[in-house]
Design a protein around this ligand. Structure first.
Ligand code: V4E
Length: 220
């Protein structure tokens, strides 16, 4: 398990030129489809838990913990950088989701299947797909070790950049935040406003009620 620390930024026509000027090297361009799942009552996302299937793999992003307690929100409300624990082990994902469902329904015992292909666990846990979109991502590396810059173009007409550092379990989050800040400086990012991620915009446009509820609960 690792923690993803990232800062999103607005990218425009000049971003590619700026990346070249600061010596960023393009390390790949790929396309992926994301499908996100939650209960009809938004039990996961209201807890800032984001379950998705990307390229046939399951991923769960959830708040990091400090001394066993969830931080207020992975998005840290108004901070520029967000941090989320990324879980890719399916049995562990199912265990965490089941834990949430148990909180809600005491009788909610479900037998999760450990197979990537067998998706019966979704309906057993009352999970339905609420988002489905495709992203074209161009990735760049800098000399600064461990820093990746992604430029994302989503198929619903939204473009966003992110500076990202993956911190292994027990690693130094503070140093990741400093690396991100230095990179933001190199990119000339001066704004102190948080930039919306793809999901935020997707929900705003397609599911305004879900979006409003997450705003009210300070998840977004
Ligand atoms: C909406 C959301 C999450 C879902 C994934 O969001 P994001 O990191 O934008 O997706 P993506 O495609 O860039 O994932 P990657 O390839 O980097 O793994 S996870 C957390 N949230 C909520 C959230 C928030 N509260 N604040 C900010 C700035 N971003 C997201």
């Amino acid at each position: 398990m690792s923690v993803e620390v990232e800062r999103k930024f607005v990218c425009n026509a000049d971003t590619l030129k700026t990346l070249e000027e600061i010596g960023a090297v393009c390390v790949g361009r790929r396309e992926f489809r994301d499908q996100y799942f939650d209960t009809p009552e938004f039990d996961l996302t209201l807890r800032d838990m984001w379950l998705r299937k990307r390229k046939a793999c399951w991923e769960l992003k959830c708040p990091t913990t400090v001394n066993g307690t969830d931080e207020a929100s992975g998005g840290q409300s108004k901070e520029l950088c967000s941090r989320y624990r990324e879980i890719t082990n399916l049995p562990e994902i199912q265990r965490r989701v089941r834990e949430v469902m148990k909180d809600i329904r005491e009788d909610g015992e479900t037998e999760a299947s450990p197979s990537q292909e067998d998706e019966s666990w979704l309906s057993e846990m009352n999970l339905v797909r609420f988002a489905d979109f495709t992203t074209v991502r161009q990735s760049f590396m800098l000399e600064e070790k461990g820093v990746q810059i992604d430029l994302d173009q989503a198929d619903f007409g939204y473009q966003v950049g992110e500076i990202e550092v993956l911190v292994p379990d027990g690693g130094d989050v503070q140093s990741a935040l400093e690396k991100i800040e230095r990179t933001a400086g190199k990119l000339g990012l001066t704004g102190d406003q948080r930039v919306d991620g793809k999901m935020n915009v997707y929900l705003q446009r397609n599911y305004p009620e879900h979006h409003a509820k997450l705003l009210r609960e300070h998840v977004l």
